[in-house]
Design a protein around this ligand. Sequence first.
Ligand code: PMV
Length: 349
Amino acid sequence: MSDIVTAVGTPNIALIKYWGKRDEKLILPTNSSVSMTLDEQLNTKTSVLFSNRLKEDRVYINGELQNTRGTEVGERLVCLDILRRIAKDKRHALVVSENSFPTGSGFASSASGLATLVYAASKGLGLRLSGKEMSIVARRGSGSACRSLMGGMVRWRKGVKADGSDSYAEQITKPDHWPELMNVVGILSASKKKFSSRAGMRQTERTSILYRSRMAYVEDAASRLTAALKKRDFQTLGEITMRDSNNMHSVMLDTWPPLFYMNDNSKEVIYKVHELNESEGKIIAAYTFDAGPNPHILTLRRNVNKVTRLLDEVDAVQKVLKLSMGNGPRILDRSESLIDERSLKPFKN
Ligand code: PMV
């Protein structure tokens, strides 16, 4: 019988951003963050097979065999080592993963990829871990990945312990708590970002003068945002979300040498969102940008058309996605496997 396990998972978009680590190795953040797990229009599908026939871990992403020696991909495989230790199982893994969206271009491919890998691999090793336990493992692969282990709105508690056991993700509200809340994404550019988040945040912590003032305000903002989500208070959510995105991009600019992830098109969207809110007399749209130029605009379902129109007016927008709240990762049927068990390679499409 085949031991291949296949899962699908999704990215999340942070409304309170994670940008900086108090422990590089354990990936412990300097602040708590809050995110919305997105639906499966953007997704990662991953098949995992643990087998004695493998002499080392082998990882294919979008059909390409990855170099795992001394690379970021290799570092992220620490997640597999942790799971193997918990399961007391030494077998190597074959991992075949496909993103439905560009890798490394600010679409949180690492979050979606690592969360899905940890979900599939723990099932593949016969482990029955809770969402919290899996989030602690995924965190070691990519910080933001820990928030994609559950659906709805999720908070990653920064924790205070040195061993990281209290730094995990927890669901704040279930996916059906606020079904009207949507994320309209404008796709501007699918090019790879110049600085990985990992390298970028390290540089910010070391050099940004403004970083301290970000740390002084952000924990309280995460609590206020959590309260606003529970009350379905879009005005408060909108303001906190936009200001936190601006705040994170300010410390990026204040990094030496400076980091730019947004571009002039991103700024055009920012202006337009403020104009729209001004003309409506209240906040009906709230932008947020990760480490990339693509705007994510939070809005309520009834205002999605207005936001889409706004993005359509920006020449550089190539595509608009209307994403709703996601449910988190799930296991797929055997027939969805991406692994050819005989050759121990991905199926050729
Ligand atoms: O988890 P990483 O290393 O991909 O960092 C993610 C950082 C941001 O996307 C910019 C913010 C966040 O909280 O997701």
